[in-house]
Design a protein around this ligand. Structure first.
Ligand SMILES: *[C@@H]1O[C@H](CO)[C@@H](O)[C@H](O)[C@H]1NC(C)=O
Ligand SMILES: *[C@@H]1O[C@H](CO)[C@@H](O)[C@H](O)[C@H]1NC(C)=O
Ligand SMILES: *[C@@H]1O[C@H](CO)[C@@H](O)[C@H](O)[C@H]1NC(C)=O
Ligand SMILES: *[C@@H]1O[C@H](CO)[C@@H](O)[C@H](O)[C@H]1NC(C)=O
Ligand SMILES: *[C@@H]1O[C@H](CO)[C@@H](O)[C@H](O)[C@H]1NC(C)=O
Ligand SMILES: *[C@@H]1O[C@H](CO)[C@@H](O)[C@H](O)[C@H]1NC(C)=O
Length: 545
């Protein structure tokens, strides 16, 4: 009797434990106001406040996706550049019915009206729920945060968890912890060398009078956080600096809000991608305005993955410290990059403006997504002197080694060569020599003349370099399309197999701990990558494979 009573008790207790087991999906994600400087707590959320939760449903066949990604982007493979359509990608990777139903049942269990409050975009489920429901669902607490621009977001102050029966269906839940994407803002200062205009870049990278002439070719700049450009600025820019080459005078498609004052950052991107990728159709792709509950970068990547006619070249100037993000989040974002890569989309990320970075004087700080093995990272150079057109690595150029992703095959020899021969290798305690190393390519990043709000300003930073390289890649695509060949898609295996497509940059160090990070040298290096583009050589490499 006694025995069976205690057995019953144990059984009940264990049942209770099982049904209440919760799983943390993003254990290493930094949370709370200290995870992102510039944000402070205003108040606990009210029960009737709303938050948008984005459920990243696990993809199917991720290994096949990855195998396709490498086959399609590696010269020499029989499937090189045999790109897939969005429908093919969705057929391969879309989450199973079981996952969708499981997550929906869990949501209904706490009273979410899935039909009315949720929207399925591609492989994500976005739901607008009350703050109390979100807290109950995720076992956390939401607070309102504000920054110096009076922008507000609703975020959780401790790690969220989900029940163990739905955890196998989910990679992460967005809208809970990450603060809005940080733009790599160009700084506005006088350059050390010559001013940079479109004709300077076109000459420097041997573009000469090449412009696009294939109607279907498209290029794109991505923006987050209320960044706008103005058609008037663009017109004035081309009046001043566009005389020597044929170009378009306007952006063909604007996605997202575009109102209010133009920002120097958006103007920079549009003006320069349209000057190198001249006469090529350009999209300006921004995310919906900043609402309390959104995670703008995530919104953006979801939208790209849900657009069948997305441009083939996309330049992005945005990044976060790698150590502020969870591995499950970054791995899922990598899968999203692979989904775009197999479709033939080249995604370029500015490598960051903090050199190798430094935390507490003890360790370098890599930047994500530029540290992803599945995107092309673009570093920065500058003119070597006042009257020189030689280039050296820019001190600010983001570069180094990921602590999360290991060195992908395409760069192993190049990186080994660097590690074996660098005369200025930082102490091993600062970085992880087995990690994915970046940048992959670079371009000038100082002294760019930009028209913003009708006034000329001078911009610097790797956010100058990324649209510059992107425009040249779009021009190479144009020639490929003209020849009836498929576009480049994910670039890196080609860039490392054909280092002659770029002019090597061999001088200049970036910043890091104790003042210095890495130094540029002959061959690949973590300041300037494989070097700066040389259009005729790049085109030749692209046509040869
Ligand atoms: C994009 O998402 C919507 C749902 O919001 C869906 O109806 C549509 O089919 C998707 N488009 C593509 C190309 O997947
Ligand atoms: C933010 O709001 C405060 C008070 O409402 C106001 O004084 C301040 O000028 C605002 N700051 C900005 C950047 O709009
Ligand atoms: C541009 O091309 C010419 C030959 O056409 C070559 O001599 C020169 O080195 C190239 N310039 C750059 C920056 O690659
Ligand atoms: C510009 O592109 C259009 C196609 O979009 C093409 O018809 C035209 O010839 C191009 N202009 C030049 C100068 O190549
Ligand atoms: C170094 O990078 C590897 C992946 O390349 C990773 O497994 C390891 O944890 C990293 N070490 C540190 C100290 O971050
Ligand atoms: C670099 O050095 C390591 C160890 O000394 C050696 O195994 C490797 O082959 C070298 N790699 C290159 C590319 O020189």
């Amino acid at each position: 009797m006694r025995f069976s009573y205690s057995l019953l008790f144990v059984l009940c207790a264990s049942l209770w434990v099982v049904s209440a087991t919760r799983v943390y999906l993003e254990l290493e994600q930094s949370v709370g106001p200290h995870s992102r400087s510039g944000w402070r707590v205003v108040r606990r959320c009210f029960p009737h406040d709303f938050v948008t939760l984005t459920f990243a449903l696990k993809l199917q066949n991720v290994e096949t996706l990855e195998r396709n990604f490498w086959d399609i982007s590696t010269p020499g493979s029989v499937r090189y550049r045999q790109h897939m359509s969005l429908a093919d990608v969705q057929a391969l990777t879309a989450p199973g019915e079981e996952a969708r139903r499981g997550v929906e049942a869990w949501l209904r269990g706490v009273g979410v009206d899935v039909g009315g409050a949720c929207r399925a975009t591609g492989d994500f489920l976005e739901c607008l729920v009350s703050c109390r429901t979100a807290e109950q669902l995720l076992d956390t607490r939401f607070f309102r945060y504000e920054n110096e621009y009076n922008e507000t977001v609703m975020r959780a102050d401790k790690l969220y968890s989900v029940t163990s029966d739905v955890s196998p269906f989910l990679d992460f839940v967005g809208g809970t912890h990450r603060f809005p994407s940080r733009r790599l803002s160009p700084h506005f200062s006088s350059p050390k060398g010559l001013f940079v205009t479109p004709s300077v870049l076109r000459r420097q990278y041997n573009v000469s009078d090449n412009v696009g002439n294939v109607d279907s070719n498209k290029q794109c700049v991505a923006q987050f956080l209320n960044q706008h450009f103005s058609e008037l600025d663009l017109k004035e820019f081309f009046l001043l600096y566009g005389e020597s080459f044929t170009h378009k005078n306007s952006v063909d498609k604007v996605i997202g809000p575009d109102s209010g004052l133009s920002g120097g950052e958006a103007s920079l991107d549009v003006e320069y991608i349209m000057s190198l990728g001249a006469n090529i159709s350009t999209w300006f792709w921004s995310t919906p305005g900043l609402h309390d509950h959104q995670e703008p970068f995530l919104e953006w990547i979801i939208a790209v993955g849900n657009t069948s006619d997305a441009p083939n070249v996309i330049s992005v100037s945005y990044g976060d410290d790698e150590d502020s993000l969870s591995v499950s989040y970054m791995e899922r974002i990598n899968q999203e990059f692979m989904k775009q890569g197999v479709r033939g989309i080249s995604i370029l990320f500015a490598s960051g403006d903090s050199g190798a970075g430094c935390k507490d004087d003890t360790v370098f700080v890599p930047n994500f997504p530029t540290s992803s093995p599945y995107v092309t990272s673009v570093g920065g150079t500058e003119f070597s002197g006042v009257f020189s057109n030689g280039e050296v690595g820019n001190y600010i150029s983001g570069g180094g080694f990921s602590n999360v992703f290991s060195c992908p095959g395409y760069q192993q020899i190049a990186v080994q060569n660097f590690l074996n021969s660098s005369k200025h290798l930082p102490d091993a305690k600062f970085f992880n020599k087995t990690g994915r190393a970046y940048p992959d390519i670079s371009a000038l990043s100082d002294g760019f003349l930009v028209i913003a709000d009708l006034l000329p300003t001078i911009a610097a930073g790797t956010s100058c370099a990324s649209p510059t390289v992107a425009g040249i890649v779009a021009l190479v695509n144009d020639r490929l399309l003209h020849a009836g060949k498929p576009v480049l898609g994910f670039l890196n295996p080609l860039l490392y197999q054909h280092q002659d497509a770029m002019n090597d940059i061999t001088d200049g160090c970036n910043g890091g701990c104790e003042g210095t990070g890495f130094c540029s040298q002959s061959g690949w290096d973590p300041v300037t990558g494989n070097g700066v583009p040389n259009f005729p050589a790049f085109l030749k490499a692209a046509l040869s494979v």
